[in-house]
Ligand binder design. Structure first.
Ligand code: S3P
Length: 452
């Protein structure tokens, strides 16, 4: 099997038995922070230089949308990006539909940003994005004065007529979603006074951190119910300020789990964001017996960062509480793969939100694992993977369903299973992890174009 020419544009891909992984790597920049850097940089006054921006398709869609809204965004020769902001209130009406591709984050955050501007904008995206619920964002934005018309069920395409004079809002979100929280806070930047979001569990706080980085006043306090209450003071003057984006822990998760399940592996991944509101996977893997060492802890661009050394480990099944879900919401597909190699059942509670990600991830994980010979069950919003401590059979053809994390997770499974695993569409990987195949093969994986 030749691994030379395989990339994440080749479709389909096959991942076969790999030797131990070794070496040192960096993964691309954090996707969540990259979207926010472009949006908030575009709302600041002056030029922000962003180093380490993720150049994945999702983020490039947000860059194109922010350009269409009037921000100046260019990639400099040294690989950093320059964002020339227009100031809050300064966004222009885009001439064409804003096409956000596969990106729920780009869509929902930009909806918030434009909701407080006196302009009309149309949003659409790919077949996956057009299935995803938007009412969770449109309802609060309407209360702030935006007028929004969406397709039945609150789906894309939709049109927003932003409020010339947006109203501040205090809103308790029914779901712990950083996208919902961020949309409201971004709209709140244009409103006079305080806009407050109360969330039932703490979700990732990159919007709050970056708003502060650009000079806004944002407070965040714990609620008695275990959630958080976040307030932004509206109509600040955001000032351009350079930043460095850490490596994406959600991307690091793939080589990390591969190294854990492939005997005798040891790899280092440098410069990874370890924000506690993103670190649930590493907590869970440690509970499973994973050997993950953190070193060189530092703060970059207002975010905690570290280097990780991961060594192959015998994993055991654990129970993952529902309260941990927001801190690892994107990591359940790869955790389920780790669980397939563990000894004993891994029981993951509180996964209802996985039904409305890039695919119905709960169904996609269960189907793919079952096809690979692993005992798996869904009970309500709980996923149970019954690992035996033996290598799973593998040998399946898995449908990626326009979902990058499903595609990458099953390629990792194929690396250590008895028989190779194939995914039907690798192009989706480029939404979040361009260079995934080369990086994994550089560490010792055997991912190649699949020849039917
Ligand atoms: C994200 C938040 C999460 C996550 C997504 C990125 C963000 O979605 O799944 O990949 O950058 O705010 P929810 O906020 O809807 O849970």
């Amino acid at each position: 099997m030749s691994t030379k020419s395989a990339t994440e544009t080749s479709t389909p891909l096959s991942s076969g038995s790999a030797g131990p992984l070794s070496g040192r790597c960096r993964v691309p920049g954090d996707k969540s922070i990259s979207h926010r850097a472009l949006i908030l940089g575009g709302l600041a006054v002056g030029r922000t230089r962003v180093a380490g921006l993720l150049e994945g398709e999702d983020v490039l869609c947000t860059a194109a949308a922010m350009r269409a809204l009037g921000a100046g965004i260019i990639r400099d020769n040294d690989g950093a990006w320059s964002v020339s902001g227009v100031g809050i209130g300064g966004l222009q009406e885009p001439e064409a539909i804003l096409d956000l591709g596969n990106s729920g984050t780009g869509t929902r955050l930009l909806m918030g940003a434009v909701a407080g501007h006196d302009l009309t904008a149309f949003f659409s995206g790919d077949a996956s994005l057009r299935k995803r619920p938007m009412a969770r964002v449109t309802e609060p934005l309407k209360r702030m004065g935006a007028r929004i018309t969406a397709r039945a069920g609150g789906k894309l395409p939709l049109a927003i007529i932003g409020a010339a004079e947006p109203l501040p809002l205090t809103y308790a979100t029914p779901v712990a979603s950083a996208q919902v929280k961020s949309a409201i806070l971004l709209a709140g930047l244009s409103a006079p006074g305080e806009t407050t979001v109360i969330e039932p569990l703490a979700s990732r706080d990159h919007t709050e951190n970056l708003m502060r980085h650009f000079g806004a006043t944002v407070t965040s306090t714990a609620t008695n119910e275990g959630g958080r209450r976040i307030t932004v003071i509206g109509q600040p003057e955001l000032r351009a300020r350079d930043l460095v984006i850490p490596g994406d822990p959600s991307s690091a998760a793939f080589p990390a789990v591969a190294a854990l399940v492939l005997p005798n592996s040891a790899i280092e991944i440098t410069g990874i964001g370890i924000n506690p509101l993103r670190a649930g996977l590493f907590t869970t893997l440690s509970e499973m017996g994973a050997d993950i060492q953190l070193s060189n802890r530092r703060i970059e661009g207002g975010e905690p960062v570290a280097d990780l050394v991961i060594s192959a480990s015998a994993l055991r099944g654990v129970t993952v509480p529902a309260e941990r879900a927001p801190s690892m919401i994107d990591e359940y597909p790869i955790l389920a793969v780790a669980a397939a190699f563990a000894n004993g059942p891994t029981i993951m509670h509180g996964l209802a939100e996985l039904r409305v990600k890039e695919s119905d991830r709960l169904a996609a994980i269960a189907q793919g694992l079952a096809d690979c010979g692993i005992e798996v069950a869904i009970e309500g919003d709980t996923l149970i993977v019954r690992g035996t401590g033996e290598r799973p059979e593998g040998g399946a053809a898995v449908a990626a369903a326009l979902d990058h994390r499903i595609a990458m997770s099953f390629l990792v499974l194929g690396m250590a299973a008895r028989r190779p695993v194939t995914i039907d569409d690798a192009a989706t990987i480029a939404t979040s992890f361009p260079g995934f195949v080369a990086l994994m093969n550089g560490l010792g994986a055997a991912i190649a174009e699949a020849h039917p």
